[in-house]
Design a protein. Structure first.
Length: 126
């Protein structure tokens, strides 16, 4: 199970991206999370990242969004709910996604709960 951005393991520099210009100001070690208000903007940024070999993550709210992003080489699919994360995990196993499924959490106590659902991992977000 992946545990990302846990202070005792390794803190990541999470960078929430809403436009191409912000990508130019990032470092290769930054953890890019596409977070546009409109999913069509997220898709445009995802295409840009794919074309330029830039690894990125994206929060999704539906299976359709996840499937589109998988085809644009998303590295991590982030969910804020266990039911969506479970459905994404089933799809990932069926279709052998290269992307990992992460549940966004804030409390360390949730790690065990998420592990019991078989989700790839968690990411600590503020």
């Amino acid at each position: 199970m992946l545990i990302l951005n846990h202070p005792s393991i390794e803190s990541l520099n999470l960078v929430f991206i809403t436009n191409k210009e912000q990508i130019a100001d990032t470092l290769p070690t930054d953890f890019l999370i596409l977070s546009c208000g409109d999913f069509s903007q997220t898709l445009a940024l995802a295409r840009f990242c794919k074309e330029n070999g830039i690894p990125y993550a994206s929060q999704v709210s539906s299976l359709k969004e996840a499937l589109l992003l998988v085809n644009l080489n998303v590295r991590f699919l982030l969910s804020c709910t266990i039911p969506l994360a479970q459905n994404l995990q089933k799809l990932a196993e069926t279709y052998l996604f290269d992307a990992k499924i992460l549940l966004c959490i804030q409390e360390e106590e949730r790690i065990e709960e998420v592990a019991q659902y078989g989700i790839d991992g968690v990411i600590f977000v503020a």
